[in-house]
Design a protein around this ligand. Structure first.
Ligand SMILES: C[S@@+](CC[C@H](N)C(=O)[O-])C[C@H]1O[C@@H](n2cnc3c(N)ncnc32)[C@H](O)[C@@H]1O
Length: 482
């Protein structure tokens, strides 16, 4: 498409209200929520009127034919879009050949048409649209400005929409040339015309020998048997979760000093192995500080159903056989479940890198990227600071930490004392009386050493030698800050 056509299409979309807020307002809460579950009927009902926005929602988002007479006037642009291959003729009017959706950054994302139940099987090089996982990664990525950024497996190009404006230069790679073509269209339609370069190739091959301040990837992490669908699983590797493992192990070679890498990943839960050891093993030896978070874990059947639904195979011909074969594959891997989560690496250049692997299933404050650097810093300082330095430090209770005392009504002493973060990762820690007392007096006024001594005296306990482990844990988890 020519630059002029792109500009005219962008203007048409914006002027017709085809923005995220415009579509939400036009559909209403119920239809918008149903659409988020991939149910189109309420949205079709909400767009029965023939106003321009309804026509654009039907055409680009719902993927149904639209009579030419109801399309907004665009001075020949519709014919030009047909010639460019974005529209096809249909007995009932015209039909979109791609899915074109407004995105939360204010731009638009172009991908292959959404697949719905009853559609023919997906082509192997299907380019998936921006969705929950894309938003999940975008929310995790550090929001601080970065020089050079890499988006590995860019697909429809959505991560670039988030990175543009806070990075100087972006390299976006994908093994699928069709993805790169659609990604370029997404960027141009979103007004990103400079500072981004698309390169084709697998894994880190297109950026051999190069380093970046920021690496992001929503990779083809799905653990599937001979799936053939490039958007979700890597058919060239060993299968299982090896693509994510290799990504973690190879990323450090492409990080500039101080650089960050944020990935989404799936990992196997294998009989007889703690998943923390598996993922921790990926991170150990990278030379980077690492933080891995399990956000969800599914049993094998839930997992297979999720991904068969994703490719609209749910309930279709051959469904049971595909389901069965997939379970066979997971059984052969001794899988008891599949974890989903975030992996972050920081090229801190520390002599003794720290790796933290944990499960966080609660709702967290978004975007995590707004405070992820503080999370990494807390983990690192709790691991590396010497006792003398910490005892001399004036710690503060983090903003928004509250205390909860739980026990039988009227009891003199609580059975449990909990510290809860009302902000950030919203962690909860069960603490002893001494740590609760410490949290109550950490206001940055007195150093930790004298505070611990005073608390020991008050509680009639022996003062600890050095910094007690529970205090380091509160520091690592961001309840106390330096
Ligand atoms: C889940 S999609 C991610 C799309 C997009 N980045 C997002 O956040 O929504 C994964 C992408 O990785 C690409 N991919 C698959 N195998 C790859 C490989 N070996 N190397 C690089 N990219 C690959 C796929 O073509 C697909 O576009």
């Amino acid at each position: 498409m020519t630059d002029d056509q792109i500009v005219r299409l962008r203007e048409l979309l914006t002027e017709s209200g085809y923005t995220l807020d415009g579509v939400r307002a036009r559909l209403g809460d119920t239809a918008a929520a149903a659409l988020a579950r991939e149910e189109v009927v309420p949205a079709l009902r909400a767009t029965r009127d023939t106003d321009p926005l309804a026509a654009l929602i039907r055409l680009w988002w719902l993927g149904v034919p639209v009579p030419e007479a109801v399309l907004p006037a665009a001075g020949g642009l519709w014919t030009e879009l047909g010639a460019a291959g974005l529209l096809t003729a249909d007995p009932d009017g015209v039909r979109a050949a791609v899915h074109l959706q407004p995105w939360e950054t204010g731009g638009h994302v172009v991908s292959d048409r959404k697949v719905r139940p009853g559609d023919p099987p997906l082509r192997p090089d299907h380019v998936v649209g921006a969705g929950g996982a894309s938003a999940n990664l975008a929310q995790l990525v550090s929001t601080r400005p970065a020089g050079r950024a890499l988006d590995l497996g860019t697909g429809c190009g959505v991560q670039v929409l988030h990175l543009a404006g806070r990075t100087d230069q972006i390299v976006a790679t994908d093994v699928n040339p069709r993805a790169l073509a659609l990604a370029r269209l997404s960027w141009r339609l979103s007004g990103i015309t400079e500072g981004v370069e698309a390169r084709q190739g697998p894994m880190f091959e297109p950026v051999a020998g190069e380093r970046f301040d920021l690496v992001v990837s929503n990779p083809p992490f799905v653990i599937a048997p001979d799936d053939g669908l490039v958007y979700r699983s890597d058919s060239h590797g060993e299968g299982a979760d090896s693509f994510c493992r290799d990504l973690v192990r190879r990323a450090p070679r492409h990080l500039a000093p101080g650089g960050r890498c944020h990935l989404l990943a799936n990992w196997l839960h294998v009989k007889g192995e703690d998943w923390r050891d598996r993922v921790g093993g990926w991170l150990a030896g990278t030379g980077c500080d690492g933080w891995a978070v399990q956000r969800d874990v599914q049993d094998v059947a839930e997992y297979v159903e999720l991904w068969l639904r994703d490719s609209a195979e749910h309930g279709g011909a051959g469904y049971r056989q595909r389901y069965d074969a997939w379970l066979d594959r997971l059984a052969a891997l001794n899988a008891t479940g599949i974890g989903f989560g975030w992996i972050t690496l920081h090229a801190s250049a520390a002599d003794d890198p720290v790796v933290r692997v944990e499960e966080l299933t609660q709702r967290v404050e978004l975007p995590v990227g707004g405070y992820v650097d503080d999370v990494l810093a807390s983990i690192a300082v709790a691991h590396r600071a010497g006792d003398a330095d910490l005892l001399a430090a004036r710690l503060r209770l983090a903003d928004g930490v509250v205390e909860e005392r739980v026990g039988p009504p009227g009891a003199e002493h609580p059975a449990r004392i909990l510290l809860r973060q009302t902000r950030g990762l919203r962690r909860t820690a069960q603490v002893g009386t001494a740590e609760a007392a410490l949290a109550g007096v950490c206001d940055g006024d007195l150093p930790l050493g004298p505070l611990l001594a005073a608390i020991a005296e008050l509680t009639g306990t022996e003062p600890a030698d050095g910094v007690p482990e529970p205090v380091r844990t509160l520091l690592a988890e961001g309840f106390l800050t330096l």
